[in-house]
Design a protein around this ligand. Structure first.
Ligand code: CP
Length: 360
């Protein structure tokens, strides 16, 4: 059985297969309207969402399937202290596939280890958001005609932005990718992504201070929101919240073919005056999210009993050392009764298996 917890759970071929299926669904929608007849998707959302939850719901409905679940954990037995593992064991009796969003990093991974149905990570804390990544890849493909050989600028919150982390990982499989990082000092891309993904897998990247110096050479500008909810101190948020704002004047510096993506929601980082520019692709990106989730649901259920499509065997070396401790308060191992687990990444840094936080 295949789950989707991290973008790299899919091989490059499987990823491209899902994107190709999404493109076919766009062209031949009428051929897919009964594809999920009799099947049920459970959406377990422990954290707010508009696009992801509703696009999963819409995707399953367009495929002829049904949807159940919760969008507020307080209305479920989670409020009585039920663990993620127990919840998933229970919901697996009622649904054929589960999409889970959780503020605790590693929660969908733990869920996948006990689930008898495919689990889709719909976003875990600041860690990973692989269905947004599939959405972004499909959008790049449809907007530019290709994913290889592009220069992409990531702007805003690159530290907590799980969509950025996941997309960089996924792009590492394509060739000729150049990344430009545009972020305030306190929101720079975590070292583990730079070292484990960019350096190890050969993505060229550079960090710049201003949007103006990056924008002229970009094929894709990926804007992100500074996420207030990820800050422990509100003063820290206030200091960086207005760091980078895309407006019509800055768009004049960009190529006529550049496209602007944003996972949304936005606050003020893209002024509404940009929305009418044909290069603003972020609302088209939302619709792509539905098509790619339709494709993902079909594929994960097609592959459920196919031994060709299993979870990848971890290539990392696991470390057995009782003195190690994950210091991330938002990691599942510090929130539920989960035994800590660590691995040594390619650069010999020891990281938490559930949230990738550097431990030693
Ligand atoms: N892009 C995204 O994840 O949006 P929601 O938080 O609304 O699901």
């Amino acid at each position: 059985m295949k789950h989707l917890i991290d973008p790299t759970d899919l091989t490059h071929e499987e990823t491209n297969n899902i994107i190709a299926l999404a493109e076919d669904i766009i062209v031949h929608r009428e051929q897919y309207t009964t594809r999920m007849n009799g099947k049920k998707l459970a959406t377990l959302f422990y954290e707010p969402s508009t696009r992801t939850r509703l696009s999963f719901t819409s995707a399953m409905m367009e495929l002829g399937g049904n949807v159940l679940g919760f969008d507020d954990a307080r209305s479920s037995s989670v409020s009585k202290g039920e663990t993620v593992e127990d919840t998933v064991r229970v919901v697996g009796n009622f649904a054929d596939i589960i999409a889970m969003r959780h503020p605790i990093e590693g929660a969908p991974l733990i869920a996948s280890q006990v689930s008898n149905v495919p689990i889709i990570n719909a976003g875990d804390g600041s860690h990973s958001h692989p269905t947004q990544t599939l959405t972004d890849l499909l959008t790049i493909k449809r907007e530019l005609g290709h994913i290889d050989n592009i220069t992409i600028g990531f702007c805003g919150d690159l530290r907590f932005g799980r969509t950025v982390h996941s997309l960089i990982k996924a792009l590492s499989r394509y060739s000729g990718i150049k990344v430009i990082l545009i972020a305030p000092e306190t929101l720079r891309l975590p070292d583990y992504i730079k070292q484990d993904v960019c350096d190890r897998l050969g993505i060229s990247y550079k960090e710049v201070r201003t949007l103006e110096e990056a924008i002229p050479c970009l094929d894709i500008l990926y804007m992100t929101r500074v996420q207030k909810e990820r800050f422990l101190d509100e003063d820290d948020y206030d200091r960086v919240k207005d760091s980078f704002i895309l407006d019509a004047a800055k768009m004049k510096l960009a190529k006529p073919t550049m496209k602007v993506l944003h996972p949304l929601p936005r606050v003020n980082e893209i002024l509404t005056e940009v929305d009418a520019d044909p290069r603003a692709a972020y609302f088209r990106q939302v619709e792509n999210g539905k098509f790619v989730r339709m494709a993902l649901i079909c594929r994960l259920l097609d592959w459920k009993n196919d031994s060709m499509h299993q979870m990848p065997v971890p290539h990392e070396v696991f470390i057995d050392d009782d003195t190690l401790h994950c210091r991330n308060p938002k990691c599942i191992c510090n929130n539920e009764d989960v035994k800590s687990k660590f691995y040594a990444s390619a650069d010999n840094i020891v990281r938490c298996y559930y949230c990738d936080t550097k431990v030693r």
